[in-house]
Design a protein around this ligand. Structure first.
Ligand SMILES: CCCCCCCCCCCCC[C@H](O)CC(=O)SCCNC(=O)CCNC(=O)[C@H](O)C(C)(C)COP(=O)(O)OP(=O)(O)OC[C@H]1O[C@@H](n2cnc3c(N)ncnc32)[C@H](O)[C@@H]1OP(=O)(O)O
Length: 721
């Protein structure tokens, strides 16, 4: 795990723990012994710590944090490095992150390749740099930089690190060669001033004012998160306490964070996000054994909000797009919108003007499907109507070359049904983007019964290329995202019918950690949009809709949103929806007594007695209904693993990352408790089929001990596989 070699007067300790050279137990042991050995070796005059392969060191092994007291060895190792009688140089390429940067700060000197990335990302997993990082960095950079870097977790480049004194030198080529050359300048120099524990924070006098400024910013930016605040407190200690006192306090704060529910959730999310792209099909094909085809050209059909957003994603990633829209006015408008979106990206420094111009050159408008004959992939993004989509796929099948993949940006419709309109069902797949497509990171890829592994591999790869977090799911009505979110929204509305007001429900869920409650989201996305979907569904089912009912096809429903629509309250776009909006601040939702009156009248007319709804009930009804549906989705193998559902909720519905997602939340509450509550709600609300308890959940909950998440799918009855 650490390769020890001697090159003339230098001992080279090469960390060799692919893929990211994490500081696992054996790496720490290897470095410790290497320093000891080098100090005892009379040939050696200086020691270089370097990383084998692509990187120097990406920090502690996050998986080890679930082992009590793991990690303590890092501080012991650090002290051994700093106390070395022979100078230690860290030679950095790739990443020096977290514990990796701490090892560099225990070293006496640091040299790096100009492409290296440096940082303390611990806060992103709910921790702080616990091996004296919060005490050492301010001694090098001063307080303001250290507070910002540690509390934000941002990665910065070698130039910035050099400017702030973290690096002694940066080089263009091989960093090990540079370290060897550098050693000649420092061998024989006194080491004491290079030992950071012997130095002081230079701007310590300003600590209180800098702390207050940073704290105010952090509280605004990272609402509800504990780790950024403790990061700042620990940096403050570096200026107010002796080195040893501050380090002891840092260790205590690290321990507090390590066992916090936020950090446990964030660490889960770190790995869940990385597990999502590792897809697997029932036939055994998977990400590791399937090669995607190269997509060089694409077509997008429909120049509405979704089509334009998808086109932005593609051209931004350098992929040419033919945007097909038969309505010329709409096409012109879409091209203007796309150009405006890219201008916005330039203003936000997300791309340069030159990149914007290059991207726009990749976009071509067209009015007929015939233009798509030669493209490698088509993404259809017309509105949600099965017949229309089937007709388009039927035509595309005739027009496009035989290898073209045909993707549908549908949020609900059956992929098998769409595929059956073609002679190439193996090349048909769902690509469900979330609005606005150029901002939202989630891409829910949907395979049908006949979709080939190559087609799946290709859309998963394309998603990655355009910067999306891809999750693969099997076709069913509404897939995983909308299917599991539907009960969440329905329960929120039912509670408003039973006694809460929209703002009450929103506030509870925002306090839980959702950035925006469901009624604010509904105002943002448009009440008319939901109304139109309900009309389409009713038309397809041959139903006549009325406002004066509480049940449809044996299911409880509420017509409150339809009543808002009838009042012309479409949400933010009309200045009125569940809330009202002042023209002077059109984004700020203000509770509206007219809405309260409408709700009360609705309840009187429908004979509903209103009652007080406690906050706990809001959380349980919204989340447990989504959890129950999630277990069904898992049981039916619509989702392959619980982590996939959680990633969908994080990136599709902004579920707080520290909360993990509905499945992780269930695991933390305890499946027995969740199941019992679902049974109670099922009795209380017999006309909501989302409360019928999932068999899988029942089975897991009946176990005498909690079953860990990675074992849940083993309990699916074989008859359901
Ligand atoms: C109870 C009282 C106890 C008191 C104890 C007190 C003791 C005090 C001692 C404290 C010691 C603290 C030390 C330190 O401050 C803490 C840390 O260092 S925390 C870790 C900080 N580092 C990170 O957060 C880096 C995380 N990784 C990344 O950001 C990225 O992976 C990357 C390094 C930028 C590389 O990105 P990519 O190239 O895109 O690759 P992937 O992300 O896909 O990763 C590839 C593969 O590697 C796995 N992995 C990555 N980093 C780690 C890691 N740090 N530990 C373990 N595994 C890691 C990743 O999961 C992928 O594997 P896969 O999941 O695909 O199998």
């Amino acid at each position: 795990m650490v390769d020890y070699s001697v090159d003339r007067n230098l001992a080279i300790l090469g960390i060799n723990n692919p893929p990211v050279n994490a500081l696992s137990f054996h790496v720490r042991e290897g470095l410790f012994n290497g320093i000891k050995q080098a100090n005892a070796d009379r040939r050696v005059e200086a020691i270089v710590i370097t990383g084998k392969g692509k990187t120097y060191c990406s920090g502690a092994d996050i998986r080890e944090f679930s082992i009590p007291s793991a990690g303590k060895g890092l501080v012991t190792l650090g002290h051994r490095i700093e106390d070395s009688d022979k100078p230690v140089i860290s030679a950095i390429h790739g990443n020096a992150l977290g514990g990796g940067l701490e090892i560099a700060l225990f070293s006496h000197y640091r040299v790096a390749n100009k492409n290296a990335k440096i940082g303390f990302p611990e806060v992103l997993i709910g921790l702080l740099p616990g091996a004296e990082g919060t005490i050492r960095l301010p001694r090098v950079t001063g307080l303001a930089f250290a507070m910002d870097a540690i509390a934000s977790g941002r990665r910065f480049d070698a130039q910035e690190a050099h400017k702030h004194g973290i690096l002694d030198t940066i080089c263009d080529g091989d960093v090990l060669q540079e370290a060897k050359a550098f050693s000649k300048k420092i061998i024989g120099q006194p080491l004491d001033q290079r030992r950071l524990s012997k130095t002081h924070v230079k701007d310590a006098a300003d600590v209180d004012i800098k702390f207050e400024e940073a704290l105010a910013q952090i509280k605004r930016k990272y609402r509800g998160l504990i780790a950024p605040i403790l990061c700042l407190k620990s940096v403050r200690n570096s200026a107010k306490m002796s080195f040893d006192e501050a380090a002891a306090e840092e260790m205590r704060l690290f321990g507090e964070l390590l066992t916090s529910s936020q950090s446990i959730g964030l660490r889960y999310s770190f790995f869940a996000e990385r597990s999502a792209p590792k897809w697997k099909l029932p036939c055994g094909a998977c990400a590791d054994n399937t090669t995607p085809v190269d997509v060089k050209t694409t077509g997008v059909i429909g120049a509405g909000t979704m089509g334009s957003g998808i086109a932005v994603c593609l051209i931004r990633a350098g992929i040419p797009v033919i945007l097909v829209e038969k309505n010329q006015k709409m096409l012109d408008q879409a091209i203007k919108t796309i150009s405006r979106i890219l201008t916005g990206s330039v203003k936000l420094n997300r791309m340069t003007e030159k990149q914007r111009e290059h991207s726009l050159k990749l976009l071509k408008g067209a009015s007929t499907l015939d233009e798509l004959a030669g493209v490698d992939m088509v993404i259809e993004a017309v509105y949600e109507n099965l017949e229309l989509k089937r007709e388009i796929f039927h035509q595309l099948d005739k027009i496009c070359k035989s290898s073209t993949l045909l993707c549908s940006n549908t949020s609900t419709l059956d992929i098998d049904n769409i595929a059956s309109a073609t002679q190439r069902p193996d090349k048909v797949v769902g690509t469900h983007f979330f609005a606005p497509a150029y901002i939202m990171r989630l891409l829910e890829n949907v395979y049908g019964t006949k979709t080939s592994p190559t087609t799946v591999a290709t859309v998963m790869e394309l998603g990655k290329r355009i910067g999306k977090i891809c999750v693969l799911v099997k076709t069913c009505y509404a897939f995983v995202a909308n299917r599991t979110n539907q009960p969440f929204g329905a329960e929120a509305s039912f509670m408003v019918e039973e006694g809460a007001l929209p703002q009450d429900v929103d506030t509870v869920l925002e306090n839980f950690g959702m950035p925006m409650g469901p009624f604010k989201v509904s105002d943002l996305s448009g009440i008319d949009v939901g109304w139109r979907i309900r009309q389409e569904v009713a038309k397809a089912l041959g139903l006549k809709l009325t406002l004066e009912t509480r049940y449809r096809m044996g299911e409880r429903i509420t017509t409150l949103a339809d009543r808002l629509y009838e009042m012309g309250r479409y949400g933010i776009k009309t200045g009125k929806g569940w809330y009202r909006y002042e023209p002077t601040n059109p984004r700020k939702p203000i509770p509206d007594p007219d809405v309260a009156k409408m709700i009360q009248k609705h309840c009187m007319d429908m004979g509903i007695e209103r009652r007080n709804i406690p906050a706990q009930e809001v959380i349980e009804r919204c989340l447990f209904s989504a959890i129950n549906e999630s277990f069904r989705v898992l049981e039916q193998r619509i989702a392959e693993k619980p982590e996939d559902i959680d990633v969908i909720w994080q990136y599709g519905f902004s579920f707080p990352r520290y909360g993990g997602g509905p499945m992780f939340y269930a695991s933390q509450v305890g499946l027995k408790k969740v199941f019992e509550k679902i049974c109670i709600f099922h009795e209380q609300f017999p006309y909501s089929s989302h409360w019928v308890p999932s068999d899988l959940l029942r089975k897991l909950a009946s176990h005498s001990t909690e079953i860990p998440m990675d074992k849940w799918t083993q309990f699916i009855s074989s008859s359901k596989l």
